[in-house]
Design a protein around this ligand. Structure first.
Ligand code: PLP
Length: 330
């Protein structure tokens, strides 16, 4: 595929994107809405970042038909890049680690000809740095590589300004609060900028995991992927955040099950964190009904053996029964 054919193919892919449904939930005190990002083609909010990072790279001539895309991700971004690169006819090498969940690894191995899995922990006890080292080695040894670098690529944040944020602004004339989970901070950076342009009164609440370094806590072992980080992501500088809520993992697990049994929403662990944050934030609020939106970053199916399994968190937290579950990063 030549360069203009790549651009044409990206246009065709774009025409298959949908505005993800916004579902009103029957809540006793809030006008609560869930934006179902798991309805994106590849199952998560990361379709948006992946698409715009590739599109802009093609426009700039950094990604060409003979490139190989390399990225560190143990989750949703890798799934999105794998699918998009297949459609573009470009090889993609995901760099994953021991914490990848089984369905994701199987999907990546089915889609990509080469998958790099790191097994050594870095100095923080996680794998992020080891994965980034492997990316560097790949970019030095393979010909014509393109590394989107989701942690600091402003195109990832622009994706949520142009797509996710624009959709929210088309859906709501008024919104009191939006709650967004933070990993690389791409989503909150783009969404908050767009919302504050159109609905300046809307409060943007960032949700992070206990033990994540994003908002200055000491980094420690975490188990729920997508949300939290052992570094402060550079894209956070672009985000317009009104308040931050830190959620313990056991709260996220309980909240995931509650979303399912109460509202029929089967979401991933980070969405549980966001819902737990909402319930805590408004626990003693008794004023007029407020409109509150949250994003469901992905679906629960990949978490059936973890978050949705009775006793999972206790098992992974008990070091005598489990090694190899720490430092979960995007
Ligand atoms: C499941 C899940 N939740 C939350 C996020 C946070 O998004 P961001 O990396 O844009 O901060 C991600 C990102 O991949 C995710 O996969």
């Amino acid at each position: 595929m030549g360069e203009s054919a790549l651009a044409d193919q990206l246009e065709r892919i774009r025409s298959g994107f949908i505005d993800t449904p916004v579902i009103p939930l029957d809540h006793e005190r809030l006008d609560l809405f869930a934006k179902t990002e798991y309805c994106n083609l590849n199952g998560s909010v990361k379709d948006r970042s992946a698409y715009v990072m590739l599109q802009r790279a093609v426009q700039r001539g950094e990604l060409t038909a003979d490139s190989t895309v390399v990225e560190s991700s143990s989750g949703n971004l890798a799934i999105s890049l794998a699918a998009l690169c297949r459609l573009l006819g470009i090889p993609f090498v995901p760099v994953i680690d021991q914490n990848v969940n089984a369905p994701t690894e199987m999907l990546l191995r089915a889609t990509c000809d080469r998958v790099e899995k790191v097994t050594e922990r870095d100095g923080t006890g996680g794998y992020l740095r080891t994965r980034l080292d492997r990316v560097t080695t790949l970019t030095e040894t393979l010909e014509n590589t393109f590394w989107p670098n989701q942690y600091s690529n402003p195109d990832a944040a622009d994706a949520h300004y142009l797509l996710t944020g624009a959709e929210i602004c088309r859906t709501f004339d008024r919104l009191d609060y939006i709650f967004v989970g933070v990993g690389t901070a791409a989503t909150i950076a783009g969404v908050s900028r767009r919302i504050h342009e159109y609905l300046p009164q809307t409060k943007v609440i960032a949700v992070d995991s206990a033990g994540s370094a994003i908002f200055g806590q000491q980094a420690r072992t975490r188990h729920i992927p997508g949300i939290g980080s052992s570094i402060r992501p550079p894209l956070l500088d672009q985000a317009e955040i009104d308040d931050v809520v830190i959620v313990e993992e056991h709260e996220s697990v309980v909240a995931c099950r509650r979303l399912l049994t109460r509202f029929g929403l089967f979401c991933g662990g980070s969405t549980g964190s966001v819902y737990a944050a909402i319930e805590r934030y408004f626990a003693s609020y008794r004023g007029p009904r407020l409109s509150v939106l949250f994003l469901c970053a992905d679906r629960g199916i990949a978490y059936t053996n973890t978050v949705y399994q009775q006793g999972w968190l206790e098992r992974v937290r008990n070091p005598t029964s489990s090694r190899g579950e720490s430092g979960t990063e995007q």
